[in-house]
Design a protein around this ligand. Structure first.
Ligand SMILES: C[S@@+](CC[C@H](N)C(=O)[O-])C[C@H]1O[C@@H](n2cnc3c(N)ncnc32)[C@H](O)[C@@H]1O
Length: 292
């Protein structure tokens, strides 16, 4: 199996135009958040965020396969004591653009810094917005199942025997029936809340997300040899995880310092790829996903 990691330097708004239609299985990304301050990678004013993002999401809609998924990690900032509404405005604008807003996952940051603010508590979660082109998309739910744990012992302790025996509840909710299905199972489907610690000091990027975050969504929405795209690559977390999981990937980064950092780390793989360039071209014709 030959896995390709293709990284590109430049503005994703332009570079995305060079990717073919319907060629990507999963887009997983964390764009710069709206910010009034000038930050390390250039903030976009909250009022201009939607207008800035829409031409990019239009290209993402074009390059995503009809069976694919787009997961957007984003969180609105507090501006002058109030939460911005640009994420909500962005969701509405993207729906008008043709996206289906399928789901919202929460990343609960288990190790958020302690602190004191006059009118709120510390921020310990971020959104992961799931968008699709179609109601039917690839989703491999069994890949992210979790051990049932003590849930069955504690939660089911209070249920009556009738409830456990597939009894239809009087209000027709089907609660008893649903619960009884899970009585003897060892594994359950997870919730839409991911409890993950942030990873500090292990990346040379101020906004890197933990590897477990792309890993979970790559497992859920792709198979080996599929194509994963991160248009705001940063330190390349999505691409390195994709490579480790035998997925092809594309990363786009506007800042040369981050692009070069990722490129240096990718060198051994690229050398292997260069040696077998001819072979790779051949595999493209055999139905492998082309990313160029
Ligand atoms: C929040 S960071 C992504 C961090 C990444 N997930 C990681 O784990 O390292 C956003 C990145 O997008 C880059 N960026 C900002 N605008 C861009 C654009 N128009 N095209 C491509 N990259 C861009 C920034 O330089 C920054 O590295």
């Amino acid at each position: 199996m030959e896995i390709r990691t293709d990284i590109k330097l430049g503005d994703c708004k332009k570079i995305l135009k060079t990717l073919p239609d319907n060629s990507v299985d999963l887009i997983f990304t964390s764009p710069p958040y709206a910010d009034q301050r000038k930050s390390t990678y250039g903030g976009i004013h909250p009022d201009k965020y939607v207008a800035w993002f829409l031409p990019i999401s239009e290209e993402l809609l074009r390059v995503l396969k009809p069976s694919g998924t787009f997961v957007l990690n984003i969180k609105e900032k507090v501006v002058k004591g109030e939460r911005s509404t640009y994420v909500m405005e962005l969701i509405i604008a993207m729906r008008k653009q043709g996206w289906l807003w399928t789901e919202e996952f929460i990343w609960h940051k288990k190790n958020a810094f302690p602190g004191k603010w006059s009118n709120r508590f510390r921020d310990s979660w971020e959104r992961l917005l799931q968008f699709n082109k179609n109601k039917k998309f690839n989703m491999y739910q069994e890949e992210v199942m979790v051990p049932m744990g003590d849930w069955a012992k504690t939660r089911l302790k209070n249920l009556s025997e009738t409830d456990k025996k597939r009894d239809e509840s009087k209000v027709g909710s089907g609660f008893g029936k649903n619960i009884s299905n899970w009585l003897d199972r060892k594994m359950a489907y997870p919730t839409n809340v991911l409890h993950l610690a942030t990873e500090c000091n292990n990346k040379n990027h101020s906004a890197a997300f933990p590897e477990a975050l792309p890993e979970w969504f790559i497992k859920l929405f792709t198979r080996q040899e599929d194509v994963v795209l991160d248009p705001f690559m940063g330190s390349g977390t999505t691409n390195f995880v994709a490579q480790r999981m035998n997925r092809n990937s594309i990363g786009i980064e506007i800042l040369p310092e981050y692009y070069n950092m990722v490129k240096e780390q990718l060198v051994p793989t690229q050398l292997i790829l260069l040696e077998s360039e001819g072979e790779y071209e051949a595999t493209e014709h055999k139905g492998h996903h082309a990313v160029r």
